[in-house]
Ligand binder design. Structure first.
Ligand code: BGC
Length: 759
């Protein structure tokens, strides 16, 4: 079977655009050490290094690994995941080091996605901070905790660009934009890996899911991806490349197929592109049981998929154990060249060498470090800062926010006293009991007996959804009171208050893996509660917790204020308190478009013009009969408790003369409100005429300014031909002279613009 080759030809040309990468860094000492070790290894021992079973606390896929402790002692395991704590890790490492012939230590991986024990906002939330030093610091902090807890490998960052909020895993990524996503990918890799992988507090990062997993058809998890070469190279691949250029030591191949070839069996993807063209010299692990799943994809039987996956370029087999079962026989029957096994084994051993595990297998195991490092005051403070900076104010009519501490306020909704949901999905090692609920956080800060609480509704009444979520640890328990009784209590509380604050959204299990939704509005019973609250005539503030953009048309049209808090982590309760009461002025900006309706999906800001751009007066133009083309909240959008005015754009010149020239675009931003605030000024570009069509806008930069009331600051952006490059008609990465527009503003829709030329 030669399916690995099917898309090679069409994609080879495109690689030219990515800047050539340095030759593989050689480390003669490492090479000699590993050659010497491999010289002593049997075929079985080499294959054992490629096996990555799950053992311990979590299950993240359809099957569970079995007999792992025994297999470790028999040299049949290269690394494990889902186990942490110094005690648990030491025990398994001792098996590897004391009981196996060659004493090769294990890798210990884990889904440290947005913090290890100190939980930061979900990645989609964190990306809304547009704050690279902060994001890097959260990854650094996660690595410090993870390594103190026995781990040396994190399955993060997830850099899958996504334009479809039905896909539950948008919560794990950085949204829809290639440029922003690439910045975040780099920041996270730097944070995890630091400058020295052998340091005691750095881990191997794992870029995932390679590749294009965020483009699954219809937003249904694990579904097919079919994508043009141009779209792939321009929008979806750059964040993976950015992470690899930042030095990411490992990559995870994805579940999805790409244009007919599953990623886990895709030689073009994992070898030609990743290694030969991008110069990646680290290790590739599959996703959970992905090799086994190749049989469901229909590309071979067990023996065939074992070979396909190895030859394609995977080094470690996560949970399938098909390498363990099949590779030896394939080599012995001369169906597989042993050099493939050798190469994969070498890469696994190199990862271990780089971590320093051969010098000290227990270097990441330290009870005293765990005690000192985990959830210490500085880390919790960072969690609070990250939570505050990730929140996005979506609406604030008549300055109903911030709340006044001496007002009568009805806090309503199942999430007011909730703890579990605060830390969100993929918070495996996080302890939600350490996250103060919003209710506890306000009690700790404000002694106001005019704050009242009513639950108002269950998080959802939909028993079918509850049945799907509960077995996977969501544990939604329906209240003994009827839905109507709950609403009546909330309405009574609202009637006695000056303002109502409703805490609603998704339970954490409604986003994340295997949590796609076809309807991304608030659960029906929550909508019923909001309608009843609205009918009281009191101002209603909606505080949202959720893991994806939602459709909120009714809420936007009828409620007075909306604050998006995502799942903000261990310090969510305190951070929401400080944002609602104005101690922190919200500054987050959306990294993903909020549609008006699911019918608009896929919807994203960097769309292209059709031949018949929308014109409401003309029938035959590109639009819907029932709704506008525009989203409810665009990419880059987010309000503040103050307002900002943008001046006209000043260009220092209007022509860029050649590749080495540049121009500067400046704009003056003034705080026109009554409180200090931070604004993120965003720079977008449009190439007016190209050899291929170009998006209406593309993000190319941003700058943050903090302004006191009345204060003005000028921010400047440099624009050079390097910012204007794209894949031309021949898939050559270049810029084309001609007319351009530059836009600067506080979101992707409300911008000032100016024109320039490139000669
Ligand atoms: C997910 C990965 C994760 C892996 C290990 C898979 O189901 O797709 O993101 O890293 O499990 O838990």
């Amino acid at each position: 079977m030669n399916l690995c080759k099917t898309i090679v030809a069409s994609c080879l040309t495109a690689a030219i655009g990515f800047t050539a990468i340095a030759q593989k860094k050689t480390d003669p000492k490492m090479d000699a050490f590993i050659s010497n070790l491999m010289g002593k290894m049997t075929l079985d021992e080499k294959i054992g290094q490629l096996n990555l079973p799950s053992i311990g606390f979590d299950i993240t896929g359809p099957i569970l690994s079995e007999g792992v402790e025994e297999k470790i002692q028999q040299g049949m395991v290269g690394g494990v995941f889902n186990t942490y704590t110094p005690t648990a890790v030491r025990k398994l490492q001792q098996y590897a080091v004391n009981k196996t012939r060659l004493k090769i230590p294990l890798l210990f991986g884990y889904d440290v996605i947005h913090g290890h024990k100190t939980i930061f906002p979900i990645p989609l939330g964190l990306s809304s901070s547009w704050d690279m030093p902060l994001i890097e610091q959260t990854a650094r902090t996660a690595a410090e905790e993870a390594t103190a807890d026995g781990l040396n490998w994190v399955f993060s960052p997830m850099v899958d660009i996504a334009r479809d909020p039905r896909w539950g895993r948008v919560s794990e990524g950085s949204g829809e934009d290639t440029w922003l996503g690439s910045q975040i990918a780099r920041a996270m890799v730097k944070g995890y890996q630091g400058n020295d992988l052998a340091a005691k507090n750095t881990v191997l990062a794992c870029v995932k899911h390679f590749a294009l997993y965020g483009a699954v058809e219809a937003g249904r998890d694990y579904n097919v991806v079919d994508m043009s070469e141009r779209k792939m190279f321009e929008y979806y691949l750059p964040p993976y490349k950015a992470a690899i250029d930042a030095g990411a030591a490992t990559v995870m191949s994805s579940f999805n197929e790409i244009n007919g070839v599953p990623a886990a069996a895709n030689q073009w993807l994992l070898t030609d592109l990743l290694r030969k063209q991008w110069g990646f010299d680290g290790m590739v692990a599959t996703d959970y049981t992905a090799i086994m799943e190749l049989m469901n994809h229909g590309v071979g039987n067990e023996e065939e998929v074992a070979k396909l996956a190895l030859v394609a370029g995977n080094d470690m087999d996560m949970v399938s154990e098909i390498f363990l079962k099949r590779l030896k026989q394939l080599v012995n029957e001369k169906k597989l060249n042993v050099s493939y096994v050798d190469l994969a084994c070498r890469r696994v051993l190199e990862a271990k060498y780089k971590l320093g595990l051969f010098t000290d297998p227990y270097r990441y195991v330290s009870e005293s470090r765990a005690k000192k490092e985990i959830m210490n005051a500085a880390k919790l403070q960072l969690a609070k800062e990250a939570a505050e900076k990730s929140m996005v104010l979506l609406k604030n009519e008549n300055d109903v926010l911030p709340l006044k501490a001496d007002a009568s306020i009805a806090f309503v909704g199942p999430l007011v006293k909730d703890q579990r949901d605060l830390i969100g999905n993929w918070s495996g090692a996080g302890d939600w009991k350490k996250a103060a609920s919003f209710w506890d956080a306000i009690q700790a800060q404000y002694l106001n007996n005019k704050f009242v609480y009513a639950k108002g509704c269950n998080i959802t009444d939909d028993q079918k959804i509850i049945n799907k979520l509960n077995p996977h640890d969501a544990q939604i328990v329906l209240d003994n009171k009827t839905p109507q009784q709950l609403i009546d209590e909330a309405v009574a509380a609202a009637k006695n208050a000056n303002v109502v604050v409703a805490f609603l959204g998704e339970p954490f299990g409604m986003s994340g893996e295997a949590a796609s939704r076809s309807d991304i509005s608030l659960p029906e019973n929550q909508q019923a509660l909001l309608k009843a609250l609205k009918a009281t005539g009191k101002p209603v503030v909606l505080v949202l917790m959720n893991g994806r953009p939602l459709t909120l048309q009714w809420e936007n049209n009828n409620l007075n204020a909306i604050l998006e808090t995502w799942f903000a982590g261990t310090k969510a309760g305190e951070a929401i308190t400080d944002v609602l009461f104005g101690k922190y002025n919200p500054s987050g900006k959306l990294s993903m478009t909020f549609p008006r309706s699911v019918g608009q999906i896929p919807i994203y800001y960097n769309a292209k013009s059709t031949g018949r751009p929308i014109d409401e007066q003309q029938k035959y133009t590109s639009k819907y009969l029932d709704i506008p083309n525009t989203p409810l909240y665009p990419f880059g959008y987010g309000l503040s408790y103050t307002t900002f005015n943008y001046s006209a754009i000043q260009l220092d010149k209007t022509t860029i003369n050649g590749a080495n020239d540049k121009l500067t675009a400046s704009i003056t931003i003034t705080n026109t409100g009554n409180v200090a605030g931070q604004e993120t000024a965003q720079l977008y570009i449009r190439d007016m005429v190209g050899s291929v069509t170009r998006p209406l806008k593309e993000l190319k930069g941003f700058q943050k300014v903090t302004l006191k009331p009345g204060e003005s600051k000028t921010v400047s952006f440099t624009i050079s031909p390097a910012d204007l490059m794209f894949y031309d008609i021949n898939m050559k990465y270049t810029y084309e002279p001609g007319a351009f527009k530059v836009f600067i503003g506080g979101n992707s829709q409300e911008v000032k613009e100016a024109d320039f030329k490139v000669e």
